[in-house]
Design a protein around this ligand. Structure first.
Ligand code: NI
Length: 201
């Protein structure tokens, strides 16, 4: 999930909010984003497989995802977004906290109480759409060694976990928002992906 550096009223992004970043931070972010699959890549629509082997390769993958998320200034990243169809996600909601990794997460319970909030996604450059989600969730998962985890999360943490779990099922925020916002987002995406292609060329 992308961090929204400056929430904009109405969900419209007037200009690139990352334009004012320190040039070195921005360059590092651009480099990290090259490893993140973008809208249109079929892997983003694919369902990830459960992890059965908790080995060094898994730990390396988790470390790499955490680093990428950090450099891309994201607050969450799912393995599908880096082209790996494993049920693994990382997130960090508070800047000072350590990066959390969930393997094989399963939603055990979610509150009936919902809350709408604008969400961005590292795979959908420039897009910010309103998504309504349960405020509280309880999720069972495993850590990188295979030990069981039980997470009770609320607010932004609950939202990020749900956003990343959606990725593991091939679901994007475009499918979780209103028809109007989806249409607007598709226009934004076409523009930002074309712009990116030009920059890289
Ligand atoms: Ni995302």
């Amino acid at each position: 999930m992308a961090h929204d550096p400056e929430p904009v009223a109405g969900g419209e992004v007037a200009e690139d909010p990352y334009a004012r970043l320190d040039p070195a931070v921005r360059a590092r972010r651009d480099a990290a984003l090259k490893h993140v699959r973008r809208f249109g890549d079929p892997v983003l629509k694919s369902r990830a497989r459960p992890i059965e082997r908790f080995d060094g390769a898994l730990r390396d993958e988790i470390a790499r995802m955490g680093k990428l998320m950090d450099e891309a200034l994201g607050i969450g990243l799912a393995a599908t977004q880096v082209g790996i169809l494993n049920r693994v996600l990382v997130y960090r909601v508070e800047a000072e906290a350590s990066i959390a990794a969930l393997v094989n997460p399963v939603l055990e319970w979610s509150s009936g109480e919902l809350e709408p909030l604008d969400e961005g996604c590292l795979s959908l450059p420039g897009v910010l759409v309103e998504v309504e989600r349960p405020i509280h969730v309880r999720v069972r998962a495993q850590d990188e060694s295979g030990d069981p985890l039980l997470i009770e999360a609320s607010g932004l943490e609950a939202r990020v976990i749900q956003h990343e779990m959606d990725h593991l099922d091939g679901v994007l925020i475009l499918e979780r928002t209103s028809r109007d916002q989806r249409k607007q987002a598709m226009r934004t995406l076409r523009e930002s992906l074309a712009e990116e292609a030009q920059r890289v060329a």
